[in-house]
Design a protein around this ligand. Structure first.
Ligand code: MG
Length: 466
């Protein structure tokens, strides 16, 4: 064997050892996202109405994140999880509907793409809602595989009278193919859970990223047969309890495979409870408002992080964090780099999760409703720009006669009941400064220079079974 060949072989051997060492350090990630679950809907966040023993245990063994923010509605919230950016920055500020020509641009770097580049196996199971055209599906955004509904479960078209409703029957996809339409909904949570456990089992020996955005508990409510009529809170409670069962099955699988000390599981929601649905919607607990608004109830999510041995057990973290932080945090823990060729709004919150810091990396966090910048939070202070309207009828009643910004101290007044702007002109001024800075970047009501384009197709087609 000549020296050159020996050198090449030695280098290859060293590299493979390095890869193996790196792989051993790379944690698995499981991101469980519920849909429209309220801040007050699970035991660890004070619910006495819904029984959530699995999430209770998860919180006992992990950390509650009590100031974790999303966006008031589905699509923009998911854009934030995936890109680490405010939804407006990636031109996904509104809910998109079936056969929409726009979707999340494939020029964006998603958390899945970045983890894939670090050698992770990736799968998305559940509701995607970032574009239903082939170009925008999870398989084009860094996921090896996909199983689920491409949008909300209330967006299926009528089968009996297709003329009356041009939308296709609710499609269930496997990768890029419609395998069932209309999707049978009351077995969805079970099927998602089975798929999740199968994926975890099959990829136990290499790092993986499982993104599980549930269809539950978005209306119409479809709890499985084992849960129907079992809760003390109607169909909504039944489905919350099935969601809890699902989280329990997944954590059990992780434990049984011996992966617990190497797997970070995050449970959260995409937006607040849909209050106008009455008993078919959730509750925001102590928070004001719900889905569709930038009051705390619309955007602050019941969030639990779990990683035995790494995340301190039974811990509470009230530092400001958000779903835009998922990308930088996971990518950092995986040994990767956050893209430097574009602005990423999220920050690495691993020091918070690992109990190494109590300080939020965010000097200020912004609240958008659609394209409009409506509020900012810094530390305990939140400054809101009236009217902060929302989908919920009661938001309209909350209108004040004045157009002056409202200031709340969320540490002493989590329910946003007492406007203290007049008492703290210096704080109002400081927070207005953050808003002005963001205005010059993404724009207040208009589009600012920091906005990047969405993806677009010329001839969108309805997703139908072939
Ligand atoms: Mg939602």
């Amino acid at each position: 064997m000549n020296m050159k060949l020996i050198t090449v072989l030695a280098m290859a051997l060293t590299l493979s050892f390095l890869n193996a060492a790196q792989a051993a350090d790379q944690p698995n990630f499981i991101l469980i996202l519920s849909d429209d679950l309220g801040y007050g809907d699970i035991g660890p966040f004070g619910s006495t109405l819904n029984r959530t023993p699995s999430l209770d245990r998860m919180a006992k063994e992990g950390m509650r994140l009590t100031s974790f923010y999303a966006n008031p509605v589905c699509t923009p919230s998911r854009a934030q999880f995936m890109t680490g950016c405010y939804a407006k920055r990636v031109s996904m500020p509104n809910v998109i509907f079936p056969s929409c020509p726009t979707g999340l641009s494939t020029n964006e770097q998603t958390v899945a793409k970045l983890l894939q580049a670090q050698g992770y196996a990736t799968m998305c199971i559940g509701k995607w809602h970032l574009g239903d055209q082939r170009e925008f599906l999870p398989t084009r955004h860094g996921f090896d595989h996909y199983f689920g509904l491409p949008y909300s479960n209330d967006m299926g078209g009528g089968e009996e009278d297709p003329q009356k409703d041009k939308r296709p029957p609710l499609p269930l996809l496997r990768d890029e193919t419609v395998i069932e339409a209309p999707a049978v909904q009351d077995t969805l949570t079970t099927r998602y859970t089975d798929e999740a456990v199968k994926f975890i089992t099959e990829h136990q020996s290499k790092p993986f990223f499982l993104y599980l955005p549930h269809t539950a508990v978005h209306v119409p409510l479809y709890p499985g047969s084992n849960f129907r009529g079992q809760s003390n809170n109607g169909r909504y409670g039944d489905w919350v309890e099935e969601l809890d069962w699902s989280a329990g099955k997944i954590l059990d699988a992780v434990r049984a495979l011996g992966l617990a000390t190497n797997t970070l599981v995050l449970f959260t929601s995409d937006n607040g409870p849909w209050l106008t649905q009455g008993k078919n919607g959730g509750l925001a607990g102590p928070l004001r408002g719900g889905k569709g608004s930038t009051w705390e109830g619309g955007v602050r999510e019941p969030t639990i992080a779990w990683w035995p041995g790494r995340i301190p057990a039974g811990a509470d973290c009230g530092a400001l964090a958000a779903n835009i932080d998922i990308l930088p945090t996971f990518v950092k823990l995986a040994g990767g780099q956050v893209p430097a060729d574009r602005l990423i709004d999220g920050k690495d919150i691993s020091p918070l999760l690992l109990g190494k810091s109590k300080e939020s990396p965010h000097e200020a966090l912004f609240y958008f409703r659609s394209e409009t910048l409506e509020a900012v939070r810094s530390g305990p202070w939140k400054l809101g720009l009236p009217p902060q309207l929302g989908a919920a009828a009661q938001q309209k009643r909350a209108l004040t006669a004045t157009n002056a910004p409202r200031l709340y101290n969320l540490e002493t007044d989590i329910g946003e009941t007492k406007d203290v702007a007049a008492e703290h002109p210096d704080i109002v001024k400081r927070l207005e400064g953050y808003l002005a800075k963001m205005d010059s970047d993404l724009g207040g009501k208009q589009k600012g220079p920091g906005v990047r384009p969405a993806g677009r197709v010329e001839n969108p087609k309805p997703l139908r079974k072939e």
